[in-house]
Write a protein that binds this ligand. Structure first.
Ligand code: GLN
Length: 485
């Protein structure tokens, strides 16, 4: 077995036993990147030298008794997490040469544990998209099938884990961007409760929806990474002062006494029959493990896409107003006036999808339309939240598909953004409600493409979420799987 094939938990044992050094493990991942990333294109930047230095330091720390769970573990970061001294492009030309002077809180936490950071992964520009094709630079390929999308917007973080270029990665999820690529690439991806993980140093897309979360080869590793990144941060006013349990503690508790809800609204027209079959098998696995299966209703599901595609662009238009070419980012050099400089810099720096969202968002917030669009969407958002609160009176976790279909060919939706927006229907409600959700590998389509199963739980019940996910993983036997590359 090559070191890069180890899960985080397995590598931890070897590092602590002294049968493997972080240096060798890191080298193994770097070699793997060299051999497969030409095709997979997960990485926008590989920080080889820094990674090897961090690995050497980790080996010293381990020898000196550092027992942090991620000490010496090579990980990859979505390129919207600020990394001190290391370019953070957000997949955008406007930030192509942006080198942050500070680390995001999650990066700081990983560094404090002694983790090894291999580099920055490809993503849709400013996290807007579902295929990573909106990246201004390299577009990742699905490790399971050449020419197919890895999903998005955290596509590179997903393909890097699936292709075993790293042991785990961080992504961000505003409307499904961790769970959807995890599902399409056959790995685990968890979006924590809003407020669980600090957003300080995460380049903002839609601030009331964004959450950072782990992407990993199995559920245990997801729990280990959750332990490392969760917790209150005074630098993020929306992070919550709530105690953080040991997320690995609940994994092996079985399913006895856990009620699993099936939402009728998530199994409607447009759902691929193979995807439906995979989820039905997941239900059976949890039932066999002792769960009680109940029917639930989420009646406002049909409004999720409309609500999300008003609120997210509205927040984005406000957040992206800061890219004016003055303080940082790309600046047009030949502008004749200040206003012209703003216009030229933004026109040249932003890609089409980002411009489209800025237009929608600015319109939705403009005087005269605010009440009809933004305000109305915010009110329906409350109804969506109430659907979940009601549902969690009769169940502990909700099971559903993650995406209506498995991965598709690159370019299949180009020129038709609306069809991609519609495919977000099963993931965006968790962001609107602020609840945690996870995608766990469920099976494969007859074409050999991975299909994930989504579980969602009540606010701050990632413990129950991971417990159910672990039982699902036991039943499918799909932990730590990698295609032939
Ligand atoms: N696909 C969704 C969008 O395009 C979600 C993106 C995300 O979660 N960052 O907005």
């Amino acid at each position: 077995m090559n070191p890069y094939e180890l899960s985080i938990a397995q590598a931890r044992t070897e590092l602590d036993n002294g049968t493997l050094s972080s240096r060798d493990l890191t080298r193994s991942c770097l070699d793997r990147i060299k051999s497969v990333d030409g095709r997979i294109q997960s990485f926008l930047l590989v920080t080889e030298e820094e990674a090897l230095q961090q690995a050497e330091s980790a080996d010293k720390q381990i020898a000196a008794g550092n027992v942090a769970a991620l000490c010496g573990i090579p990980l990859a970061m979505k390129d919207l997490l600020c990394t001190e001294g290391v370019t953070t492009s957000c997949g955008s030309k406007i930030l192509e040469n942006f080198v942050p002077p500070y680390d995001a809180t999650v990066i700081e936490k990983l560094k404090n544990q002694g983790a090894v950071l291999l580099g920055k992964t490809s993503m849709d520009e400013f996290a807007m998209g579902s295929t990573s094709e909106n990246c201004a630079f390299a577009v990742p390929d699905n490790p399971w099938k050449a020419g197919y999308v890895a999903g998005g917007s955290s596509g590179g973080s997903a393909s890097a884990v699936a292709a075993m270029e790293c042991l785990g990665s961080l992504g961000s999820d505003t409307g499904g961007s961790i769970r959807q690529p995890a599902s399409l690439c056959g790995i685990v991806g968890i979006k924590p409760t809003y407020g669980r993980v600090s957003r300080y140093g995460l380049v903002a897309f839609a601030s009331s929806l964004d959450q950072i979360g782990p992407m990993s080869r199995d559920v245990t590793d997801a729990a280990i990474m959750m332990n490392a990144i969760s917790g209150y941060d005074p630098r993020d006013s929306t992070s919550v002062q709530q105690s953080v349990p040991d997320f690995t503690a609940s994994l092996k508790k079985g399913m006895e006494g856990i009620r699993v809800g099936i939402p009728a609204e998530y199994f409607t027209a447009g759902l691929d029959s193979e995807v439906a079959g995979v989820v039905e098998n997941g239900v059976q696995i949890l039932k066999d493990a002792g769960a009680e299966i109940v029917d639930i209703r989420l009646p406002h599901t049909e409004y999720c896409v409309a609500v999300y595609y008003l609120i997210a662009p509205a927040e984005a238009s406000s957040n992206l107003a800061r890219y004016d070419g003055v303080a940082y980012g790309m600046r047009s050099e030949d502008a004749s006036s200040l206003e012209n400089m703003y216009r030229e810099s933004r026109s040249a720096g932003f890609g089409d999808e980002v411009k489209r969202r800025i237009l929608i968002g600015t319109y939705a917030l403009s005087s005269g339309y605010y009440d009809a669009y933004y305000k109305k969407a915010s009110q329906v958002r409350t109804l969506i939240l109430q659907d979940f609160q009601k549902a969690y009176e009769s169940c502990d976790v909700i099971i559903s598909p993650v995406t209506p279909t498995p991965s598709w060919k690159k370019g299949a939706h180009s020129g038709d953004p609306l069809s991609l927006y519609l495919s977000d229907i099963l993931t965006i409600s968790a962001n609107l409600a602020g609840i945690p959700g996870i995608s766990v590998p469920g099976g494969f389509s007859k074409d050999g493409l991975p299909v994930g199963i989504q579980l969602q739980a009540a606010h701050f019940r990632e413990d129950t979420l991971l417990q159910a996910a672990y039982n699902l993983e036991l039943g499918t036997g799909l932990a730590n799987k990698c295609p032939e590359l």
